[in-house]
Design a protein around this ligand. Structure first.
Ligand code: 6PG
Length: 247
């Protein structure tokens, strides 16, 4: 199936168009079920988007109906500069009236990342009583190596079939972290990838080609069972540095 790729002129346009789509998706979910489960991504790309959701679009989202989750987390304290929760707190949560009871961060105060992953899976199971979580919307990024969330090339995490959340090892310092697994991601109703910059062009090309090995390009493992994937990308990520083309 041809991927739904929205090529934008730059990260500003990408963030604006993705924010508009997120507002629609959240409101659609709330109209249908009374709530929306929204998984946030770490990384630098979503920052501008989070800023738009916290300002220009803040009043367009029923934050009291939104439950926020995270797709992955570094195994650092919440106040650490590398914390995804810390980044989203600063860029978004501190500016919107999402009830504390609706904010579900991946807690990193356990002795090991494995214990933390089991704690987070219990949190998810409390919210999703069925046999798999069905998130209304998941934001994901793409690394230049094809990783997404904290699912990295060659990782045994890519073969996980039953756990919803597992400990992960990233080529970062510290390496330990947590990530949603592919089976948990692939039950989502919608996934929005946010990809910007020429350093993502090669990985994006491989993943969009549809034939990429998910062991080499983990983002290629995001194939929803019954859902919508939209790739929000800027020109440089889609075409590298050498050509112009926007939707
Ligand atoms: C994280 C994300 C990670 C990120 C990619 C892209 O915890 O950082 O889960 O998967 O989305 O590494 O990061 P950038 O947006 O910074 O390029």
């Amino acid at each position: 199936m041809t991927p739904d790729v929205r090529v934008c002129s730059d990260v500003n346009e990408m963030s604006l168009r993705a924010a508009q789509a997120i507002v629609r998706t959240i409101n659609d979910a709330v109209r249908a079920t009374g709530k929306c489960s929204f998984v946030l991504s770490g990384g630098s790309t979503p920052r501008r988007l989070y800023g738009l959701l916290a300002s220009q679009f803040r009043r367009h989202i029923p934050w009291d109906r939104v439950h926020l989750f995270w797709g992955d987390e570094r195994y650092v304290p919440a106040g650490d500069p590398q914390s995804n929760y810390g980044m989203t707190r600063q860029a978004l949560l501190d500016h919107v009236a999402c009830p504390a009871a609706n904010v579900h961060p991946m807690l990193t105060g356990f002795a090991t990342a494995d214990l933390a992953s089991r704690d987070y899976e219990a949190t998810l199971r409390n919210h999703f009583p069925d046999d798999w979580p069905r998130f209304d919307l998941v934001l994901l990024g793409l690394g230049g190596d094809g990783h997404t969330a904290s699912l990295f090339p060659g990782s045994s995490a890519l073969r996980e079939k039953t756990r919803w959340v597992i400990a992960a090892r990233a080529p970062a310092d510290p390496p330990a972290g947590l990530t949603l697994t592919l089976p948990a991601l692939n039950r989502a109703a919608a996934v929005y990838f946010l990809v910007a910059g020429p350093n993502k062009a090669d990985a994006l090309d491989h993943v969009l080609a549809g034939s990429a090995d998910s062991n080499l390009y983990p983002a290629a493992g995001v194939r929803l069972e019954n859902g919508t994937v939209i790739w929000w990308v800027d020109r440089e990520a889609r075409f590298g540095n050498d050509s112009w083309s926007v939707d």
